[in-house]
Design a protein around this ligand. Structure first.
Ligand code: NAD
Ligand code: UDP
Length: 389
């Protein structure tokens, strides 16, 4: 429940209730952010998206304690003149809208580039022209590959953090060749970051850029054939959850050697709330938001998810829990991968005093408990249906 006592920012100033235009509010991150804002703050959200399934529980019924503080506007920002009005009547715009599933980057590069660059242009223009603050969601993928990945395999420098830690104001952005269309997303995100930064420098736009490092938790993406297309390929959490629910081996792309750091969505949302409520500390900054302590290879992630799922479902794991697949087979031509992603946390620590709390095991336990509760029965029925016919 939103407390009735005045909310104070990190410098002890009263936080006044604000109106937030949240674009992409119906997605994974948006749904958690809306939940947090409704349950713990007095702010109002104009939730913009083409879908609202993931925030339905916040919109209905009218008797909810925050009714009147959240309005859903079903619109596509590609072509809807209502967008400017919504930004104009808000204090802050948060842009989350994007195509952000790697399976699309090499197979739908045009949609990916339009979504992540062209479609973000009007949002930036309306914020700049109307002197409105913007929090824009970019990605850790703008760093691309680490410098260390280009060193010889046996080089001792590969162990030196200077060659792999990703730091907002220092690290270069290293992408593969244009034929490797995987990088269409990173490149579009990088260019919109540069444009936002330039609007800040030349026209005084008040902005914050967020670079999420693999935020995961309930409601991420979809389970193919249940609440998304059967042939769709979501991000790794949903792919592996789907395999576990269906008792199929988890597919390790190119040996599952890539490394990732995973952060629990609820920890990451705390960081976003600090940005929202501390504009003086957040504006003009680019923030890594991730958990450097939760690093695993994709293979280790698969092994851990298999163990955790056995625990929460009470089912033994299958005899062959993982299989190797080539990236070409899994994603098609033009796929490439980020080798390693460890966020430097200096800037977010200094500006907002934020640190993630949840271990990988704990976040997988709560997320897989949710996946099991939400999908196990539907999967059982889906599997039984063809047999019954
Ligand atoms: P998501 O796909 O769950 O949410 C994006 C939402 O934007 C969806 O609900 C979609 O319907 C909406 N949207 C897309 N195009 C739209 C349009 N033209 N008009 C209106 N709505 C539109 O993704 P997410 O994981 O919540 O990611 C949100 C943002 O964070 C994205 O910009 C993404 O690039 C970035 N990001 C997320 C992660 C992560 O770990 N989840 C990592 C890196 C970057
Ligand atoms: N991956 C995998 N099996 C899957 C799905 C993904 O091995 O079923 C790998 C993918 O190749 C990448 C990592 O898992 O190395 C993370 O993929 P995700 O789609 O979550 O997004 P990314 O972190 O690459 O943006």
């Amino acid at each position: 429940m939103a407390s009735t006592t005045a909310r104070l920012d990190l410098d002890g100033n009263t936080i006044n209730p604000m109106t937030i235009c949240m674009i992409g509010a119906g997605g994974f991150i948006g749904s958690h952010l809306c939940e947090k804002l409704m349950q713990e703050t007095p702010h109002t959200v104009l939730a913009v998206d083409v879908y609202n399934d993931k925030i339905k529980h916040l919109l209905e019924p009218d008797s909810l304690p925050w009714a009147g503080r959240i309005q859903f506007h079903r619109l596509n920002i590609k072509n809807d003149s209502r967008l400017e009005g919504l930004i104009k009547c808000s204090d802050l715009t948060i842009n989350l809208a994007a195509i952000c599933t790697p399976a699309d980057y090499n197979t739908r590069p045009l949609d990916t580039i339009y979504s992540n660059f062209i479609d973000a242009l009007p949002v930036l223009k309306y914020c700049s022209e109307n002197n409105k603050r913007l929090i824009h969601f970019s990605t850790c993928e703008v760093y691309g590959k680490t410098i260390g990945s280009y060193l010889p395999k046996d080089s001792p420098l590969r162990q030196d953090p200077a060659y792999y830690i990703l730091k907002e104001d220092v690290s270069p952005c290293i992408f593969g060749s244009v034929e490797k269309q995987r990088w269409s997303y990173a490149c579009a995100k990088q260019l919109i970051e540069r444009l936002i930064y330039a609007e800040g420098a030349e026209n005084g736009l008040e902005f914050t850029i967020v670079r999420p490092f693999n935020w995961i938790g309930p409601r991420m993406d979809f389970i193919p054939g249940i609440d998304g297309p059967s042939e769709g390929v979501p991000r790794v959490l949903a792919c592996f959850s789907n395999n576990l629910l269906r008792r199929e081996p988890l597919k390790l792309v190119d040996g599952g050697e890539s490394q990732r750091t995973f952060v629990y969505i609820k920890d990451a949302i705390e960081a976003v709330l600090l940005m929202i409520e501390n504009p003086a500390r957040a504006s003009g900054h680019i923030f890594n938001v991730g958990n450097p302590n939760n690093e695993v290879t994709v293979r280790q992630l698969a092994e851990m998810m298999t163990k955790v799922y056995s625990k929460v479902s009470g089912e033994d794991s299958i005899e062959t829990p993982t299989i190797d697949v080539s990236s070409k087979e899994f994603y098609g031509e033009g796929y490439d991968d980020s080798d390693k992603r460890i966020p430097d946390m200096t800037i977010i620590n200094k500006q907002l005093g934020w640190n993630p709390k949840t271990s990988l095991w704990d976040l997988l336990e709560s997320t897989l408990t949710y996946q099991h509760k939400t999908y196990a029965e539907a999967i059982k029925q889906a599997i039984a249906k063809p047999l019954a016919n």
